[in-house]
Ligand binder design. Structure first.
Ligand code: 5AD
Ligand code: SF4
Length: 348
């Protein structure tokens, strides 16, 4: 199939025909098998703190949500979770938290990253791959984290449209600053991931088509997209979202088109997608996802990492079974880097 263009993309979003969705999934699947095969890379997700200095209008962790009980895992707890991941064969982990841009937080992370890198054998290929998702920091701070040994970074754009971005963020957060952060991460050498939410109030199919072109133009290595799920204790939950009538299926379509446009990137089957529907994981895989993030955060803290309502958690064993039954393979004992990153950097 020829690659879809702007108008084709909008037509696909608007279509309610099951045959259109099935055809899209079939071509995305073919593209995925040819470019990256059937492996699915796990990242053990450690949500180490829900403190956040930011106030995104959609997110349950926002600073002004005083109903949320805040927590911080300590160094020993985080390193112990990384060790558990390693023992399970999850050779990559993701450290995620709300946004705290202090030097003390960065130094804390540097220490933890170094300790986690020491957990694997001395052979660099056997160490643990580390993805960070801790928000907007300065160039120097990102550099410190890179030098400590982190090598992938996720920073979602949330929307590539500056007006929509402004509508869902407080005035202190700027679209241009977010772009600068993505540029800094790329310049330093990180594998860079971004993404958007789908079904936001004020968002339309045109925005989503532009998001896809934005990812392509910025030559991203990793992509994470999920449906927007209102959190009752946030301002955005009071705003009706009705233009995108079916965020779940629209996310699946977005993912399939993203796979066609960017055949060798890493793309996650997001927790938000899995939280919306019992088939979210399988549909995400069928749409071209090749990354899953089994949650390692201790159970007692999980309800407090409430980005949105009714977040779903699937144990590793269940993820593995579902992945296998859908015809894919959970790739243990591998870093599972983005093939796109290696191609872009000219690494064999
Ligand atoms: N619905 C879906 N995803 C959300 N996120 C935050 N709040 C929500 C929500 N209400 C996502 C954002 C953010 C990531 C950490 O979680 O995309 O980048
Ligand atoms: Fe904080 Fe991130 Fe939530 Fe924004 S999306 S409030 S930065 S945790």
């Amino acid at each position: 199939m020829k690659r879809p263009f702007h108008k084709d993309i909008i037509d696909i979003f608007k279509s309610n025909e099951n045959t259109v969705l099935q055809h899209l999934l079939a071509v995305a699947e073919k593209c995925r098998r040819e470019s990256i095969g059937n492996e699915v890379y796990p990242r053990g997700l450690i949500e180490f703190s829900n403190n956040c200095s930011s106030n995104c209008l959609y997110c349950g962790l926002r600073k002004n949500n005083h109903l949320l009980l805040r927590y911080n895992l300590n160094r020993e707890e985080i390193v112990a979770l990384a060790r558990t991941a390693y023992e399970l064969g999850l050779q990559s982990i993701a450290l995620q938290s709300g946004e705290i841009a202090s030097e003390a937080r960065v130094d804390f992370l540097v220490d933890i990253i170094k300790r986690i890198k020491d957990l694997g054998s001395q052979d660099a290929n056997q160490s643990i791959g580390i993805t960070l998702s801790v928000g907007e920091l300065s160039y120097q701070q990102y550099m410190k984290l890179w030098e400590a040994g982190a090598h992938r970074y996720l920073l979602r754009m949330e929307s590539s449209d500056p007006i929509l971005f402004r509508a869902i963020h407080p005035p202190s957060q700027s679209y241009h600053r977010r772009l600068e952060c993505l540029d800094a991460l790329k310049d330093i050498g990180f594998q860079v991931g971004t993404g958007v939410m789908i079904g936001l109030p004020g968002q339309n199919y045109e925005h989503l088509a532009m998001d896809l072109l934005f990812f392509q133009e910025r030559d991203i290595d990793m992509l994470g997209m999920g449906p927007y799920i209102p959190h009752p204790d946030t301002p955005l939950a009071r705003v009706k979202a009705d233009t995108i009538s079916d965020p779940y299926n629209t996310t699946i379509k977005m993912m399939a088109i993203a796979r066609l446009l960017m055949p060798d990137i890493n793309m996650v089957a997001s927790t938000a997608l899995q939280s919306m529907h019992a088939d979210g994981l399988i549909m995400g895989l069928k749409a071209g996802a090749n990354v899953v993030m089994p949650v390692l955060t201790p159970e007692k803290y999980r309800p407090n990492y409430a980005l949105y309502a009714n977040k779903a958690y699937k144990p590793l064993a269940q993820l593995q079974t579902e992945i296998q039954e859908a015809g894919y393979e959970l790739a243990l004992w591998k870093w599972g880097d983005s093939a796109h990153y290696h191609r872009r950097r000219g690494i064999a």
